[in-house]
Design a protein around this ligand. Structure first.
Ligand code: HEM
Length: 537
């Protein structure tokens, strides 16, 4: 593989320890017994039945029978690569996170790109959101930034995630379509849940058919917190800016490529890295002081909203370089487990209800997908930071604890892991003050579903607008039920009358009839005035 110069980093050394040597070797069973013949099963006579005692045959077939694990419930199709991250200058004023303080430190990373809806064998160039998940193996433990290539999300509360995904995945009776959005159930949900409108605009734009993984932006989507050594917290949105720029396919190319080379993005990434054309992204931060959050005319906890870059510029603070392809797809790309709650001191979460659901969901799903609770011991997931605790047992336990006592505190066990405090690197959650009643209710500040969709539309150039109209026409033109098409058109009238009319004309819907049949949509205008360009002043 391509020269990496990263052989010396800790993660590489750790992975090297697990690699098999392909030198002179005998074929053996899993028990290390050398095999004399692997082409013929052990039979009673040349043409007789195979014998149960043929342990090599039984082991070989059994292992084959169990090769598959469940694919990810979403983002099943992906491609990944190794690399490193380096900060340009110390961000100590913003965060305690050590990997963001030392410009000489190269933090190893593993980045997995993905589509969302398709199964593991689906095509790369479908119209879909792309996952952009980065694992930083820092000296203070693993930090995962599990983002997408679109800065907002379809829903505001994670309790709706099973609904949006069920609607987007193939329909339950015939398992079609395999990927993409062109079907009734997706548009049924989208049209009924108006908070999807902003993300739908992005999903119908060129952003959803990228030219290459190397030419995509990435976004942490949620508002996070950065907390410095003095305990001062600021809100932050994370961005990844590709140094190759942002480029997309056009729809005709995307469709043809899906047929001709369904591995188009996977191949592009692999070949670029093999040739030494290492893709790079700059990490960007949008910082909002706590006291400024209230001045925005949207809620920072609402993941269907972005912070306009004109309002809060993106500060570029470091660079990520991908410089090595995985050795083995299953061991690395398939078994890697990202989790939004993998956080290091100095980076914290917020009360965004979408984020809160994610803090639970990833670890939970991985217990099934990766066969039990010990998947952090799998080489690709293993932190380079030392791991020491009293977690024990479970499927696939590889550690052999030697302490007598497996509880804290104890006085008999031959040492007990220390508890860390703030000063020596302990993770201390930001002590946010929260008060309120226990209720199931969406905040009023989440009620505006259309202003930023409109902002997106008006920011597009003429060709980009044309692509969006054509994408809506293509997708909604495949929707069989008249009432769903009408509902979507009415939602689009809330974004822009011209957009709604152009789409409606292409799918045989009359805007006025639709408005009469469907009525007004629930999303309300922005909380602080109806301006589409909020201000911090
Ligand atoms: C997987 C991003 C919302 C549940 C993923 C992956 C990405 C991602 C990039 C693939 C990770 C990989 O490459 O292995 C996002 C973003 C979201 C979002 C940016 C919104 C801002 C949610 C929500 C839930 C959820 C709300 C659940 C409540 C999952 C699950 C997986 C997944 C279960 C599969 C994980 C695995 O099997 O390892 N997500 N997601 N996601 N996501 Fe999300």
């Amino acid at each position: 593989s391509a020269p990496t110069g990263a052989e010396t980093d800790k993660k590489d050394a750790q992975l090297a320890h697990h690699r098999e040597n392909a030198g002179e070797a005998y074929l053996t069973t899993d028990q290390g017994i050398r095999v004399s013949n692997t082409d013929n099963s052990l039979k009673l006579g040349e043409r007789g039945p195979t014998l149960l005692e043929d342990f090599h045959f039984r082991e070989k077939i059994t292992r084959f029978d169990h090769e598959r694990i469940p694919e990810r419930v979403v983002h099943a199709r992906g491609s990944a690569a190794h690399g490193y991250f380096q900060v340009y200058e110390s961000l100590a004023d913003l965060t305690r996170a050590k990997f963001l303080q030392d410009p000489s430190r190269k933090t190893p990373v593993f980045l997995r790109f993905s589509t969302v809806a398709g199964s593991r064998g689906s095509a790369d160039t479908v119209r879909d959101v792309r996952g952009f998940a980065v694992k930083f193996y820092t000296d203070e433990g693993n930090f995962d930034l599990v983002g997408n290539n679109i800065p907002v999300f379809f829903i505001q509360d994670g309790i709706k995630f099973p609904d949006v995904i069920h609607a987007a995945k193939p329909e339950p009776d015939h398992e079609m379509p395999q990927a993409g959005t062109a079907h009734d159930s997706f548009w049924d949900f989208a049209s009924l849940q108006t908070e999807t409108t902003h993300m739908l605009m992005w999903a119908m734009s060129d952003r959803a058919i990228p030219r290459s993984y190397r030419m995509m932006e990435g976004f942490g989507v949620h508002t996070f917190r950065l907390v410095n050594a003095h305990g001062r917290s600021r809100f932050v949105k994370f961005h990844w800016k590709p140094l190759l720029g942002v480029h997309s396919l056009v729809w005709d190319e995307a469709q043809k490529l899906a047929g001709k080379d369904s591995d188009f993005h996977r191949r592009d990434l692999w070949e670029a890295i093999e040739k030494g054309n290492f893709p790079e992204w700059e990490l960007g931060l949008q910082i909002v002081e706590e006291e400024d959050a209230e001045k925005l005319n949207f809620d920072l906890l609402d993941a269907t909203k972005l912070i306009p870059e004109e309002l809060v510029p993106v500060r570029r603070v470091g660079k990520l370089t991908l410089n090595r392809n995985p050795d083995n797809f299953f061991a690395e790309t398939e078994q890697v487990a990202f989790c939004v709650s993998n956080l290091v001191p100095g980076i914290d979460v917020t009360d965004d209800p979408l984020m809160q659901a994610r803090l639970f969901s990833y670890l939970d799903t991985q217990i099934t997908r990766l066969g039990g609770p010990n998947f952090a011991q799998i080489p690709i997931n293993k932190p380079v930071a030392p791991v020491d605790n009293h977690q024990q047992d479970g499927f696939h336990q590889h550690r052999i604890p030697t302490r007598k006592a497996n509880y804290t505190p104890n006085s008999i066990g031959g040492g007990c892991p220390h508890l860390a405090n703030l000063a020596n690197g302990g993770y201390v959650h930001y002590p946010e003050r929260v008060e309120g009643e226990k209720i199931r209710k969406r905040a009023e500040t989440f009620a505006d579903h259309f202003s930023q969709a409109r902002l997106f539309w008006v920011s597009m150039s003429a060709p980009e607008k044309e692509h969006i109209v054509k994408a809506f026409r293509f997708e909604l033109g495949k929707v069989e039920r008249e009432e769903i098409r009408q509902r979507m058109i009415v939602n689009l009238t809330e974004v822009d009358a011209q957009l709604a009319k152009l789409v409606a004309d292409g799918i045989g819907v009359d805007v006025q009839t639709a408005l009469k049949t469907v009525g007004r949509r629930p999303g309300k205008p922005a909380v602080a005035g109806s301006s589409t360009s909020p201000s911090l002043s």
